[in-house]
Design a protein around this ligand. Structure first.
Ligand code: GUN
Length: 297
């Protein structure tokens, strides 16, 4: 049977409509329009593109979106000053400093300077720690939150299932494992995390009922690494050379899609899978931040 295609693009359209309705209600009933500030340092083309997409999506959902574009040679102290200004601004509920930052700036210092209550990227150690300990309010990082939401909304609740997460980064694998382990909605899974040093990787991936791949290697997961009936979520996005195509390149994920789709019960494509959901979860966190600020969450 053909695999179910889990379209992050289609799910995002639905969720963004829900978020637009929540944002409109916050504005109308509480006089609070969710505000997102994105900070772009330097002229990295990929970062420019991602930040542009985030602002566009925020504006389309009725959020107040502001992009600060700063010179690549800005000093760390100056950047800390910008972050402090946004922390103090009551119209800004969410702050996102796009990574990577230029080499002379310490990323951890900047992330830790963002108020945890405005850290809609979920990268501040307070938010990461609360996610890990299960105590208090927190923001989950957007990509892992998007993966969990995709599973729930496509009918694949991870509760009780064997979920294998391939990748252990701070941005995806590690927080995703914590989200899946938590008690309650989107959690209660039996989680295995594996990585580039895992022995007999295919044996581990073949044991998964749900396999989430965030290893950062183009088309690494082949059909023989997946058991029939598995749900596969592909977090990777890569541009690979393709001399036969008009552009000379194509975009692919960490999963060899055409092979794995023949084995899997359900699979998310890349592009059109996790990418749009990451931006959607940023909007969701920003609306939540505004609701908390308005004391209605
Ligand atoms: N660069 C690549 N992914 C991300 C992300 O999720 N957040 C931020 N701030 N920068 C990124």
């Amino acid at each position: 049977m053909a695999a179910q295609i889990i379209s992050g693009k289609d799910l995002s359209t639905t969720i963004r409509q829900e978020l637009a309705a929540r944002a409109a209600e916050l504005t109308a009933k509480h006089g609070v329009t969710p505000g997102l500030a994105t900070v772009l340092v330097g002229d990295n083309p990929a970062s420019q593109m991602y930040v542009g997409m985030k602002n566009k999506a925020a504006t389309a959902a009725g959020l107040n979106s502001r992009q600060l574009t700063l010179a690549g040679d800005i000093s760390q102290d100056e950047l800390l000053g910008v972050v402090a200004g946004l922390n103090a601004d009551p119209t800004v509920h969410g702050i996102l400093v796009q990574l990577p930052l230029p080499g002379h700036i310490d990323e951890a210092t900047i992330i830790e300077a963002i108020s945890p209550s405005k850290d809609v990227d979920g990268l501040h150690p307070v938010n990461a720690g609360r996610l890990a300990t299960g105590s208090g309010e927190f923001f989950a990082p957007c990509t892992p939150a998007g993966v969990v939401e995709m599973l729930l909304r496509s009918g694949h609740d991870p509760a009780g299932k064997r979920v294998v997460v391939l990748g252990r980064s701070n941005l995806v694998g590690q927080p995703l494992a914590n989200l899946l382990l938590r008690k309650g909605r989107g959690g209660d899974a039996t989680v295995t995390v594996c990585h580039s040093r895992t022995r007999d990787l295919a044996e581990v991936t073949r044991n998964a009922e749900i396999l989430v791949v965030a290893i950062g290697r183009p088309e690494m997961i082949t059909g023989d690494m997946v058991s029939p009936g598995t749900v596969v979520i592909d977090v990777g996005t890569h541009r690979v050379d393709d001399p036969g195509s008009e552009k000379g390149y194509r975009v692919c994920g960490d999963v060899l899609f055409d092979e794995v789709r023949k084995v899997a019960a359900a699979i998310s494509p890349s592009p059109g899978g996790v990418g749009p959901m990451t931006i959607t979860m940023l909007l969701s966190n920003t609306v939540d931040a505004a609701a908390r600020a308005a004391a209605v969450a």
